[in-house]
Structures are given as structure tokens and as C-alpha cells.
Ligand binder design. Structure first.
Ligand code: SF4
Ligand code: MG
Length: 333
């Protein structure tokens, strides 16, 4: 499988005005702090984590809706982090985003057909009948009727509005869609309809998805591989079933312990984490998870672990799995 997107050591820091923690003065929040991952052609890559972990910021930075502080974002070999505005505009045709709240992202004064058509105008499709044809095609594919196209967004339910959002995102025939909590605002009964639609559209159009969510059941439904984020860092990346059945990082273990295993023999005990997520403006030293980790060792308080491949297609950022510890385990056997 070809790699469509490769994110390398991405950082996004936001300036803040004079926050003070103890005797430290803080002038930036490290929302994304050295995130690396790859997304393969045709797959759905899930990014999960609690709110404030940097998952949405990562998604927006890939699209340059937020400017990256540093790092590389290769899309089909082009470094998105370095392109100019004109080049970025062209790339936006290939990478689209779908937001959590479709209502706030749809202009209330525009008719649905104009909302869906707008990207085509932005991308210079001059022929009006061609645009209209494309709008009708895509509307049909997302399950909107011709009659609905002349209505306004407020006349639709949340699920239907997300269909409109998908139609608008798909009309430029993108290769990659970044979906940021696309069903989180919807009733559970509607969620699966929209998720199934996204699956069908993926097949139909050969789409690649980055699916951002805090909801593990939603992620499980759709994703092929999953990356877990904690305090601006990617702490574990694995194929979906590996992640759900045998998570390695202590944070992933806790996060996923609330979710039943798909494997009947691999029973999980619910792990309740101590403490709250620390502020990203003043993250703990060493491994930023260490104050909450029941496996914390001395090295964890001073040295940050890096993401390393420990099994086939399974990366984890934790000192429990570094070479030093592997040797120790071996000695004790
Ligand atoms: Fe826990 Fe140490 Fe691993 Fe961090 S590096 S998750 S503190 S064991
Ligand atoms: Mg978010």
C-alpha cells in the first residue's frame, strides 16, 4: 500500500500571555509536540485521544488552516508545510475537511445546492451546467434528493446536514478527507447511518480518511489503523485489532480498558487513571504521562521516550519497551 500522507515531527505551538505555573512563566502552549505518522492510500487512519490532546490541531495543521510551527507534511511527495498560498489552494482540491458541527460550517443564507457547488467555483470549474451536473451526482450519492437541494441548512436534521457537509467536501473529488469528530454531534441512531455512508463513499471514490475522534466505538467501526494521542504526542500507533486487543502503552491500555475486547479470550479489567490530564502549557518532565502511570520508572521522570516500532506495524512511545528494558527482562528470566 502506498503512503499518501507522511507527517514528520509536526509541532504546533500557540503563544499565550504570561501564564505562570509555580516559578515558571509560560508563553506558549505546545498543542502538538513532535507528531509523526503515515497514512496509506485507501485506508482510514484514526486519531484518538481525550479533548485537548492535540488531535484536532493536528488535523487542521495538515490542511494549513493552522500554520505548523515546525515539521514536515508530505502529501504525494509535496511538503505541505512549505508550499505557498497558491500551491496550497491547489492542494485543497485533493484534501478536504469535514467538521463536527455541520451547521456552523454551512452558510445559513445559502441554498444547499449553492453550498455544495461553491468549491467548484473556487476551483475554477467555469461551465455552469457541468457544475450543476456534478452537484446532482454528488447529492444523489450522499442521499439527498433534488427537491432538497433548493432548501436552506436550517431545514435539515443534524444527520442530513452532515450529508451536505460530505457532499461539499467530495465535490472536488479529493483523495484525502480529514474528518474531525464528524458524528459526535449526532444522535447515536444517526451516527451509524453517517458512518456507513462514509464507508460506502470511501469504496466508491477510493478515498483515504483521517478520522479524528474521542469516541472509541466510533473509531473501531471505521478505522484500519489507530494512533493514540496524549498531551500533543502520538504515544501508540497500531492496526485496529492489535490496538483494541493488545494495546502496549499504559495510557492506551487505560483508555481502551473502557471498551470491550473483540477477542472473547482477552478479557480486560477497567483501568481508572489517577489524576487529570495536565495542562499542555506546563507538561510534566520526561514522559508526560508519568504522573499518572502505574508503571512509572525513574527514567520516565527525566527522559522522554520516542515512538519506536516494537512489533510488526505496532509503534509505541514508552520506556517499558525500549532496548534497555528488553535486556533487563531477559536477565531476570
Ligand atoms: Fe509509563 Fe514510563 Fe511508559 Fe511513560 S515511559 S508510559 S511513565 S512506563
Ligand atoms: Mg477537537
Amino acid at each position: 500500500q502506498n503512503v499518501l500522507l507522511k507527517v514528520e515531527n509536526l509541532q504546533k505551538h500557540f503563544p499565550v500571555k504570561g501564564g505562570i505555573f509555580g516559578n515558571k512563566t509560560i508563553n506558549q502552549v505546545k498543542a502538538v509536540e513532535g507528531v509523526s505518522f503515515e497514512v496509506k492510500q485507501g485506508e482510514t487512519f484514526g486519531i484518538v485521544g481525550e479533548s485537548g490532546c492535540g488531535k484536532s490541531t493536528t488535523g487542521r495543521t495538515i490542511l494549513r488552516l493552522l500554520e505548523p510551527t515546525s515539521g514536515n507534511i508530505y502529501f504525494q511527495g509535496v511538503n505541505i508545510a512549505e508550499v505557498n498560498k497558491t500551491e496550497m489552494r491547489k492542494l485543497r482540491k485533493d484534501i478536504q475537511i469535514v467538521f463536527q458541527d455541520p451547521f456552523s460550517s454551512l452558510n445559513p443564507r445559502m441554498r444547499v445546492k449553492d453550498i455544495i457547488e461553491e468549491p467548484l467555483i473556487n476551483f475554477d470549474v467555469k461551465d455552469r451546467s457541468e457544475r450543476e451536473k456534478r452537484v446532482h451526482e454528488i447529492a444523489e450519492q450522499v442521499g439527498l434528493t433534488v427537491d432538497q437541494l433548493s432548501r436552506f441548512p436550517h431545514e435539515f436534521s443534524g444527520g442530513q446536514r452532515q450529508r451536505i457537509g460530505l457532499a461539499r467536501a467530495l465535490i472536488t473529488k479529493p483523495k484525502l478527507i480529514i474528518a474531525d469528530e464528524p458524528v459526535s454531534a449526532l444522535d447515536v441512531s444517526i451516527q451509524s447511518q453517517v458512518l456507513n455512508l462514509m464507508k460506502d463513499l470511501q469504496k466508491e471514490f477510493g478515498l483515504t480518511y483521517i478520522f479524528i475522534s474521542h469516541d472509541l466505538s466510533v473509531v473501531k467501526h471505521l478505522c484500519d489503523r489507530i494512533g493514540v494521542m496524549y498531551l500533543g504526542k502520538m504515544v501508540e500507533v497500531a492496526e485496529k485489532n492489535q490496538m483494541y486487543d493488545e494495546p502496549l502503552h499504559p495510557y492506551s491500555k487505560a483508555l481502551l480498558s473502557a471498551h470491550p475486547s473483540s477477542h472473547p479470550l482477552k478479557k480486560k479489567n477497567r483501568i481508572i487513571l489517577k489524576g487529570d490530564v495536565p495542562s499542555p502549557s506546563n507538561p510534566p518532565s520526561g514522559c508526560t504521562f508519568h504522573p499518572r502511570c502505574s508503571s512509572c520508572m525513574d527514567i520516565c521522570k527525566t527522559e522522554a521516550p520516542s515512538l519506536q516500532t516494537v512489533r510488526d506495524q505496532h509503534d509505541v512511545s514508552c520506556h517499558l519497551y525500549t532496548e534497555v528494558n528488553k535486556d533487563q527482562e531477559y536477565l531476570y528470566e
